[in-house]
Design a protein around this ligand. Sequence first.
Ligand code: NAI
Length: 333
Amino acid sequence: SNDFISIVVTGAAGQIGYSLVFNIIRGDMFGTEQKVRVVLMDIEPMLEGLKGLKMEIEDSCYPLVQEIVITSDPKTAFTNVDYAVLVGGMPRKEGMQRVDLLRANAAIFKVQGKALNDYAKKTVKVLVVANPANTNALIALLNAPNIPPENFSCLTRLDHNRAKAQIAMKANVNVKDVHNIIVWGNHSLTIYPDTRCGYINLPTGKATIANVIKNEAWLQGDFVSTVQVRGAAVISARKLSSAASAAKAITDHMHDWALGTPEGEYVSMGVHSDGSYGVPVGVIFSYPVTIKNGVYSIVQGLPIDQYTREKIDLTTKELVEEKESATKILAEM
Ligand code: NAI
């Protein structure tokens, strides 16, 4: 039947899962008329926790719930899904090198990529959240040759939202009046938040962000670093990593991918590079996109000044290196 959408969330027993699942069944992701079948997937030791989550979902009486499935089996999890949000992964532990993190996650995303390939709908839209998100998404994509590369993405919407919030606070305007922020590149410390194409709706009309904030040094300095280290700042304050804000960003990303962006509005999304803006083809790179009928287009022709060029090149270099490590790791597996 086509009257419900089927979505799987992996790592559903984790922190992000606990917020995300309620966003989905409340209708924040696909609209308040769309019924959803939600598959909650996690590793076997977490199934008991998922049972508890399922009970809470039942007790919340959300009318959009078609069915809740809990499983640790990739085949059960991915069969016939329309959407897959891959939140589950191996967390970085004290003293762990980035390459060790990459290796642990490569094994997971290889399996899940293959399972998506074998069991999901060929039209499935996949969002990878688990870190390193861009490269995990690439590994899933490389293991799913029957699904178009355009159907794979990674989450950089949290960085985008963080940048938007910083601008709104600095300009003392409502976040809804801040438009066309861009975050470029890797979801890491090298992500580059760019406000040059953005604007703010003031009572007097549209104004560029630079003209409202009138502080170029802040826009190129503290603003950029605040966004880049925001995840670490949340961890040090909360003693836990961003969860509700990550779930909100996931919800925004999937909402816009499924239902489209308003005319003229850009959002940032980690997608398979087609070579736009001098980034090599075949890395997962955060670009400004617009979305129509479930298909994103990378915004073309934006002016790139020298400062932006350097920032894009830096984050590109990191992603190319991650891709090389991942390719090596996959070849050894
Ligand atoms: P968490 O540790 O609370 O939950 C992760 C869950 O994934 C756990 O329940 C774990 O059992 C599960 N898991 C581990 N391996 C799995 C597998 N092979 N299959 C299915 N499930 C598996 O972590 P939290 O806070 O929910 O974050 C999840 C991930 O999202 C982390 O990798 C984190 O770094 C990343 N993240 C990414 C953001 C982004 O902007 N891209 C923002 C925030 C977090």
